[in-house]
Design a protein around this ligand. Structure first.
Ligand SMILES: Cc1ncc(COP(=O)(O)O)c(C=O)c1O
Length: 386
């Protein structure tokens, strides 16, 4: 099938991602780094991002959410260790093992299922990471069960390669006390597991990890040997306003399009579905070929803005599935439209002196930058620079 380039595309700066990951490495000296590339590297494209980070030796591990995400990386020739960060169902285990995806275990059942599946494929000592829930409330065993489960992993012949927890409020100083108490609990459990192993003549579990971007930027846990940044690799602080900013990050994605049509809308006429925007006077209106079918949320209707020619123009009317209109302002006698068909439009990113960040789009949609970039659809080609 012929791939036809599309004016609406997302430009991903791989050099910026490398710089951001280097910043994460510098913020966590001596630690291994797992870069979360789940959900297509938060919308940036998992394979190109992972390939580049692997080539530059910037990622020791990649984190995925599904088996298919891991398989996609392996099919692209990426042989960096991969950890699945979420629960693996028993019927997914064989496929995960065939792709050498390291798996989490959370209780006796997941340990036993995994040991059985590993035995069947001749990989009895398959590596696993024990998830310990210290306050996220998502997956993981209770801290008081962790020592017993760690022993069970070994009893079943599996390789206990990692111990991890997750931090729900590490991204704001408001969560410092809770995060500290989580990390203290995690440290205590990890120490107990390591001591039990030492007493049994076993090596310590090598990979101990807790830190998402929020904790990379603001917390330390003495027992940890690895960090797991995600959003900071893509250039955003996990909380748009409250995260500490000890390192400077560069957003990696610019979402571009072009003006497809420019016209005058007479005073009192309306634009778009539902007739929600009425021209206050004779106005120039531009059409841009991007819509909610591309992941440009309909919540931007009559609220969002886009950049054209280094200036900011508000969205006029409702965002359609494939097109969005911009209010270019009043018609002035003898003056041409301020923009022309073909002019570049920046939907997210910087144009001239203006910047429209994923955090700004997220605030308007009542969400976070993570969701804004994840929502950019498969119909939007990713173009790689840097
Ligand atoms: C288990 C786990 N670790 C690390 C991350 C990366 O988090 P962040 O993108 O906030 O750095 C995630 C992402 O949600 C996660 O689920």
């Amino acid at each position: 099938m012929m791939v036809v380039p599309r004016v609406t595309h997302a430009e991903v700066n791989l050099a910026a991602i490398c710089r951001n990951v280097r910043a994460a490495r510098e913020a966590a000296p001596g630690m291994k780094v797992l870069v979360a590339v789940k959900a297509q590297a938060y919308g940036h494209g998992a394979v190109p991002v992972a390939r580049r980070l692997a080539d530059e030796h910037l990622a020791d591990w990649f984190g995925v959410a599904t088996v298919s995400e891991g398989i996609e990386l392996r099919a692209a020739g990426i042989d960096t260790p991969i950890l699945r960060l979420s629960h693996c169902f028993a019927d997914e285990l064989a496929a995960a093992m065939a792709a050498d995806i390291t798996l989490p275990v959370v209780d006796a059942t997941t340990i036993d299922d995994l040991a059985q599946a590993a035995g069947k494929v001749g990989r009895a000592s398959y590596p696993v990471h024990l998830a310990i829930d210290t306050g996220m409330g998502r997956i993981g065993c209770r801290p008081q069960d962790a020592v017993g489960l760690a022993a069970r992993v070994v009893d079943r012949g599996l390789d206990l390669q990692g111990l991890f927890t997750h931090l729900p409020i590490s991204d704001t100083p408001r969560g410092n006390e809770f995060t500290r108490s989580q990390l203290d609990r995690f440290c205590a459990v990890v120490r107990a597991i390591q001591q039990a192993r030492a007493a049994a003549g076993r090596d310590p579990v090598p990979l101990v990890h807790a830190a998402n971007s929020g904790a990379v930027l603001g917390h330390r846990a003495e027992v940890c040997t690895m960090v797991r940044p995600g959003i900071m690799a893509y250039g955003y602080y996990p909380d748009a306003t409250e995260s500490p900013r000890p390192v400077s990050l560069q957003p990696a994605l610019t979402w571009r399009s072009r003006v497809s049509f420019v016209k005058v809308v007479g005073a009192g006429q309306t634009v778009g579905y539902g007739r929600t925007w009425t021209a206050p006077n004779d106005s120039w209106v531009a059409t841009v070929p991007i819509g909610y079918g591309d992941g440009y949320s309909r919540l931007n209707s009559n609220r969002g803005r886009m950049l054209v020619g280094g200036r900011s123009y508000p969205v006029a009317g409702r965002v359609c599935m494939d097109q969005t209109m911009l209010d270019l302002g009043p018609v002035r006698p003898g003056e041409p439209a301020p923009v022309a068909v073909g002019d570049e439009v920046v939907v997210l990113g910087t144009q001239g002196k203006q910047t429209l960040s994923a955090d700004e789009l997220a605030a308007l949609m009542g969400t976070i930058s993570y969701e804004v970039t994840c929502l950019i659809g498969t119909r939007v080609p990713r173009v790689y620079i840097g």
